[in-house]
Design a binder for this molecule. Structure first.
Ligand SMILES: Nc1nc2c(ncn2[C@@H]2O[C@H](COP(=O)(O)OP(=O)(O)O)[C@@H](O)[C@H]2O)c(=O)[nH]1
Ligand SMILES: [Mg+2]
Length: 301
C-alpha cells in the first residue's frame, strides 16, 4: 500500500454530505468524525471552529465546499512543511537516534532508513543499542547487512550508551555518512528508559558536534491517542526532531499525525505503510490534505 492510498482510505468522508448551508449539525458531525479518525479532542475542536469561521466567510454550501475548507484548515496546521529527508551534518557522520516504546517499529525503521540511505550511495553504520534483548541485535544485523551497512553491537545487558559511543568511532573509522542508533523500548535494569535515552544523547553529543542531529520518535499509528501521550513523554527527555508514524497500513484512521503535530508540536517525517523494507515513505502534508478534500462525497452521490 502507498501513502496516498492509506490517506484516501483513512480520511475519506470526514466531511458529511450536505445539501444546503453549513449549520451546527454539520459542524458537530465533522467534529465527531475527526475525533473518530484519531485527530484528538483538542485538534478536532479547533478544526471545527476554524471550519465554521471559514464556511461563514466563504458562504460555503454543500459537503464538497465543507470538505475543501476542512482540507484547507488541515493544511494550515502543516503550513510551510513539506516532505523532509534526514538532516545532513556539517561534519559526518550524521547521527540519527530512533526511539519509542516496545514493538512500535523502531528496529524496522532503522533497517528501512539504512536501506534507503545505502541505495542513495551513502555509507551507513548502525548501532544496536537495544542491549536488553539479545534477539534485538540479531534482528537488526539480519535486516541491515544485506544493505551493506555495518552493525555495531555490545555485550548482552551492556551499557547502550557505550554501544552508541563505539558505533560513532566505527562510523568515523569507516568514513560513514550516517550513523543510525536503534534503542530499547523498555528497560529491564535499574534506571528509567528515559534516563537511558538521555544518557545516549549526552554521550553522542560530547563526542560529536551537535549529535544526535536527528531523533526520530516511532509511534504505532494503531494506538491512536496513546501515541500522543507517548510523544509528549519522550519530548520531555529527548527532543524528537520528527515522528515516524508506523503501521499506518494497519489502521483505518489517520488523524494521529495531526494530533501529534498540533498538540505536541513534533512534525511527522515518515509513514510506515507495510511490513516490507521499502514500506517507509516521507510524510507529505499536501497529499494528506488532498485526501481529505478528495474523500468528501459529492452532494448528489
Ligand atoms: N503492518 C506494518 N507493520 C509494521 C510496520 N512497521 C513495523 N511493523 C511491524 O511491527 C513489528 C515490531 O517491529 P520492530 O521494528 O521490531 O519494533 P521495535 O520493538 O520498536 O523495534 C514487526 O513485526 C514489524 O514488521 C508498518 O509500517 N506496517
Ligand atoms: Mg527493536
Amino acid at each position: 500500500m502507498r501513502a496516498g492510498a492509506v490517506w484516501r482510505r483513512a480520511l475519506a468522508r470526514l466531511a458529511p454530505r450536505l445539501a444546503g448551508e453549513v449549520d451546527e449539525e454539520a459542524l458537530d458531525e465533522i467534529e465527531e468524525r475527526l475525533i473518530a479518525a484519531d485527530f484528538g479532542v483538542r485538534a478536532s475542536s479547533r478544526l471545527r471552529s476554524a471550519v465554521e469561521r471559514a464556511a461563514r466567510r466563504d458562504g460555503a454550501r454543500g459537503g464538497v465546499d465543507l470538505g475543501r475548507i476542512l482540507a484547507g484548515e488541515i493544511s494550515e496546521i502543516f503550513a510551510g512543511e513539506g516532505p523532509r529527508e534526514l538532516a545532513s551534518a556539517a561534519i559526518p557522520p550524521t547521527v540519527c537516534m530512533v526511539v519509542g516504546v516496545n514493538g512500535v517499529g523502531k528496529t524496522t525503521t532503522v533497517a528501512r532508513l539504512a536501506h534507503r540511505l545505502a541505495a542513495e550511495g551513502h555509507g551507513v553504520v548502525v548501532a544496536a543499542a537495544d542491549t536488553h534483548r539479545a534477539a534485538a541485535a540479531e534482528q537488526l544485523m539480519r535486516l541491515v547487512e544485506p544493505a551493506g551497512a555495518h552493525c555495531v553491537r555490545g555485550e548482552p545487558g551492556g551499557d547502550p550508551a557505550a554501544v552508541a559511543f563505539d558505533a560513532l568511532d566505527s562510523a568515523r573509522a569507516h568514513g560513514a555518512d550516517h550513523l543510525l542508533v536503534d534503542t530499547a523500548g523498555r528497560l529491564h535494569t535499574s534506571g528509567g528508559l528515559m534516563e537511558q535515552l538521555a544518557k545516549i544523547r549526552r554521550v553522542l553529543g560530547t563526542r560529536h558536534e551537535a549529535a544526535p542531529h536527528e531523533t526520530l520518535l516511532v509511534i504505532d499509528a494503531t494506538v491512536g491517542q496513546n501515541a500522543v501521550a507517548q510523544a509528549r513523554e519522550f519530548s520531555r527527555f529527548v527532543e524528537p526532531t520528527g515522528v515516524v508514524a508506523a503501521k499506518m497500513d494497519s489502521t483505518a484512521r489517520g488523524g494521529v499525525v495531526v494530533a501529534i503535530r498540533q498538540e505536541v508540536g513534533i512534525p511527522v517525517r515518515y509513514v510506515g505503510v507495510g511490513e516490507g523494507l521499502a514500506d517507509l515513505e516521507l510524510f507529505d502534508p499536501g497529499a494528506f490534505a488532498r485526501a481529505v478534500a478528495d474523500g468528501t462525497p459529492t452532494d448528489d452521490s
